[in-house]
Unconditional design. Sequence first.
Length: 551
Amino acid sequence: MKAKKVIFILVLITSQISIFAQSKKQDIKINPVKNVILLIPDGTSTDLVTLSRWYNNNMPLAVDKILSGMVKTYNIDNRFPDSAPTSTAYATGVKTKAPFIGIDSASAPQISIMELARLKGLSTGIVATCEFPHATPADFVCHYNNRESGKYNHLAKQFIYNSPSLVFAGGYYYLESNKLTDSLKNNGFRLITDIKSFNENEKDSVWALFPDYNGSTKYKSFECDRNKDKPNEPSLSEMTQKAINILKQNDKGFLLMVEGSQIDWACHNNDPYEAVTEFLEFDNAVNVALKYAETTNTLVIVCPDHENGGISIGNKQSNAAFNIANPNKYDNINIKDSIIGPLKKLENDKISGRRISEMIINSRCANDENVKKYYYLSDSTVYDKSMNISTSYPEDKLKDTIQYILGSSFSSKHYIGWTTTGHAAGDVFLGIYAPKNITRLTGVVENDSIGKYIAAQLKLGNLKYSTEKYFYSHKKLFKDPEIKIKQINQDSLFVSKNGKDIVIYANTNRFKIMEGSKTKYKRLPTVAVCINKGENKIDYYIPQSILNYLK
């Protein structure tokens, strides 16, 4: 028996040595992923990727070499999802419904992977071309039951008090209109609004919010409209590179979310030129991420949040005419000549739909020859059509309407089809670059699996447990009969126990402790989320650690 035991032990030791030698031979990394870069091309469908590739002279795109599967985009209650619930699934690992931001279908906040990464000591970042409190960026930072909430008053405040290490986007207008500029600075963040300061900055704790080419501070320019000769704003790929340069300084690692926001807007407007050029610039950002990842322990994930517009390469002009001798006549259509050539003329002459729409709105007149030449309409016809459609619309909606009229007219002449100005329900592509020894997601996956996958790779812990720890209902948290709720409204929650009073400020991480004549201000690890559920039902969700101050 002793001999058998000795033989068994020797075999076991030998096998372990063999495994160790094999792992050394293959250079297998046993460390967990250090960094994750998640890139979201908002509203992108597979046909748009194909059209963009043709526009790129049919050369391979950065996303091509990492494609690994498809993502199901449906909500818990809807098959035609928007960004709020779909990016919530990416950010929290939980499916929800519109117009919810960072909360489940019962309106309870769910902790995001970005919040957990920050709590773990990783650096975090948001890069986008939309306004910073727009749906996708907000899903990773904020929690509310309405993606708009006025002028983003709830979301903008939460964004500041729950801020990532850096935010590069548009939306200074919403910071200023909600009177939050000083709050940002008081929370230790530097605010940049010019490209010179942006290029010089190499530190985190920074927000860079840029105007568009026309000076509007609501969001950045479409890439095709951005002034490249004398830029006043960086491109998406430049912002991505800058974010990586800053975040990589943290030895613990980082989590970065990059959104090609205005791909979605171009698809809403059925504008193929702006959609294609936006996606190609997004692909440049993917290339930046991959170049960094290839020499570091970095996981890169690329996936749209949903489809938009129902774009197709082919429309009624490419129909098979069954009543003629050659029903396959459309097979002879040349994509380069009939589709890509006309699109590139728009680029060469800088005649975008947004530029023309602004001209028409501002002067009720654009260059009529350009509108006729490129979009097959007169500017007066465009103005009359837009007025009939959107008589009472605000300027931004009127601008979108004019872009739709121009984009759809161009598309109809050049074999590009659109099924809707809204969202579509198709699955979207998934691309993953993973370091050695890290399993890639493959096949067809649910969108909530993306958040869970990132949490697992960064060792962020159990999402459900962390949610209960940091976002606990005040009704359950303060069930001790000795704790009295003195006041609750949308601004604050006032509780008291044994002569100690605490005031928790809604949508911030600040609270005040009052005991006798002494007053102290403290900070929570996450924001205190206040959700108004109607009919005077107000719920607060607070870190359980607040109870330590009521002992």
